[in-house]
Design a protein. Structure first.
Lengths: 253, 298
């Protein structure tokens, strides 16, 4: 498995996927505090046209929360870019037939699945931490992070949401033949669950709840409210991995 | 000892029956030709041997161990060269061989020495570029090196020569012949001259069944006596002969074909008596090609 992990790593570096993703997550990390810093200036520029429209701008209060709000808005596009760039991680190998030499050499399919999963979960974790860390650093420098409640817990929830969507990506990668199917499957399921979570009664039970990081920070919600969502996500992740293993074992080439 | 045995192997994809009943075995240290038209099911049969496809019914044994679908233990005896070998384009040949070697559990210094040896054998020792820019022939040669890396007991090649130019084909056949000393080779093809060049035994796959199998000599003997072509100098002589011997077949205005060779002495006698000038009398070569055509017309 070490050899396959090494190959996956080489693929990340040499195809430029790692560079693109690191750049995207660094930019997102910097954008959050930058946008917060720029808000008063933007409001000033726009105040003339806004007052023309009958709106009066007052002094805007800028603090770490403004930046964290941006963080929770921007992390979703980041996650989508991550999923998009990794959607062909399996399917490109099926299409080109590059896994066949590995399998016919006796590398077990579970090891291939494990290597790819480790890299996907690991890279999401690293990229997410990078983005979080940059925002955290700037926020601490410009303002004060103490204003935000449940800071780390909220961040961990969003991270878990990313892990859940990644497990969906892995599941659909072991079922489908093309990256389009993978994206449709992953996007469709995530979207479906998101729509379900719009029903207030279901909201607490679904992984989409984990994306409500702001409510935790503003202390409108307490961590206990997320326990069911976390448990459900955990079960779904395990289920996805179990199903992926079964499907990947059965895949015909 | 038999390196590979298929007994009554069958495969269907849904309603479509691709292989009906395939049985043959490959003895150790032979080059075995697996012949069939395009779409006869050669690749399907090979993928079943490799455990990449399920077997609908029947058994396959490699080195005395049954093949099972998915993670088959028999694959550690096998080196496989797919019809269009694909590699990771961002690796160099040496890196790719190292990757293959590490997967097979080879030791680092062994991978190094074996890679150097094989890259020299296939003529890629000077290539330090990434595989991205490789031609089809270069990929095919790297494929052979990859397949031979861990000294497999059975080398399976799927139409290794069909995409190559004559020089490349010759080279590849030489490599396969050289490999025979170390391993058993099963290779599929529809190019019969390749089979005649390097195979010891062969099997014809037709309509999902083995239509013909045996050593090359046995198969040649199976053919009826070869026909004889007689070409006269003047077309009118050929006409006259045809009238005397109605069993002859006219293939051209001065060419006759004699299928029943027992009649040859009588025919020659007649030609001598009448002093017909003859351009040539020729016995047709018993080519596998004819046999192939006979099999598929049956």
């Amino acid at each position: 498995m070490k050899a396959f992990l090494k190959k996956e790593w080489m693929e990340w570096i040499r195809t430029g996927r790692a560079l693109v993703l690191v750049t995207v997550f660094v930019i997102l990390g910097i954008m959050n505090p930058a946008f917060a810093k720029l808000t008063p200036w933007l409001m000033e520029i726009m105040s003339d046209s806004l007052s023309g429209a009958g709106l009066i701008t007052t002094d805007v209060q800028i603090d770490a929360m403004t930046s964290w709000t941006q963080f929770y808005k921007n992390i979703l596009p980041g996650l989508i870019v991550f999923l998009l760039l990794n959607s062909s991680s399996f399917t490109a190998e099926y299409e080109r037939g590059t896994l066949i030499p590995a399998i016919t050499r006796g590398l077990s399919r579970r090891k291939i699945l494990a290597a790819k999963s480790i890299l996907l979960y690991g890279s999401w974790t690293l990229l997410y931490t990078l983005c979080f860390g940059i925002t955290y650093g700037y926020n601490a420098y410009f303002w004060d992070n103490a204003i935000a409640g449940n800071l780390y817990f909220a961040a961990a929830c969003t991270w878990l949401f990313g892990i859940w969507t990644t497990s969906l990506l892995i599941l659909f990668s072991s079922i489908s033949k093309s990256s389009t199917q993978v994206l449709l499957g992953t996007g469709g399921t995530a979207m479906g669950l998101y729509l379900l979570s719009l029903f207030p009664k279901l909201n607490a039970f679904l992984p989409a709840k984990l994306m409500d990081g702001m409510r935790l920070m503003q202390k409108t919600d307490s961590p206990e409210d997320y326990l069911i969502g976390i448990t459900v996500s955990g079960i779904l992740i395990l289920l996805c991995m179990a199903l992926s293993t079964v499907c990947f074992d059965k895949k015909q080439y | 000892m038999e390196m590979l045995t298929l007994s009554h192997a069958a495969k269907h994809f849904g309603e479509k029956q691709v292989l009906l009943d395939v049985s043959f075995s490959v003895p150790e240290h032979t080059v075995f030709g697996f012949v069939g038209q395009n779409g006869a099911g050669k690749t399907t049969a090979m993928k079943m041997i490799l455990g990449l496809l399920t077997v609908s019914s029947g058994d396959i044994m490699v080195n005395g161990i049954p093949v099972r679908y998915g993670n088959t233990p028999t694959n550690r005896f096998i080196g496989y060269l797919p019809d269009v070998p694909e590699f990771y384009p961002y690796m160099t040949p040496t890196e790719y061989l190292r990757f293959c070697g590490e997967i097979s559990g080879m030791k680092s210094n062994e991978i190094k020495s074996r890679s150097t040896e094989l890259l020299r054998l296939v003529g890629l020792e000077q290539e330090h570029r990434r595989i991205k820019g490789f031609s089809r022939g270069m990929k095919q040669r790297l494929g052979v090196a990859q397949a031979l890396l861990n000294r497999p007991k059975l080398l399976i090649c799927d139409e290794p020569t069909s995409a190559l130019d004559p020089a490349g084909r010759r080279e590849l056949l030489d490599i396969l012949t050289a490999a025979k000393a170390e391993t058993t080779v099963l290779f599929s093809t529809h190019i019969l001259s390749d089979v005649e060049h390097i195979c010891d035994e062969m099997a014809f796959l037709h309509e999902g069944k083995i239509a013909l199998k045996g050593t090359l000599d046995e198969i040649r003997k199976m053919r009826k006596d070869s026909a004889i072509t007689i070409e006269t100098e003047h077309p009118k002589d050929a006409q006259a002969l045809l009238q005397t011997f109605p069993f002859l077949k006219m293939t051209d205005k001065s060419k006759l074909l004699l299928e029943d060779t027992k009649q040859l002495p009588e025919l020659l006698h007649c030609i001598a008596d009448r002093h017909y000038p003859i351009v040539r009398i020729e016995r047709q070569e018993a080519a596998l090609e004819d046999l192939f055509m006979e099999v598929i017309r049956k």
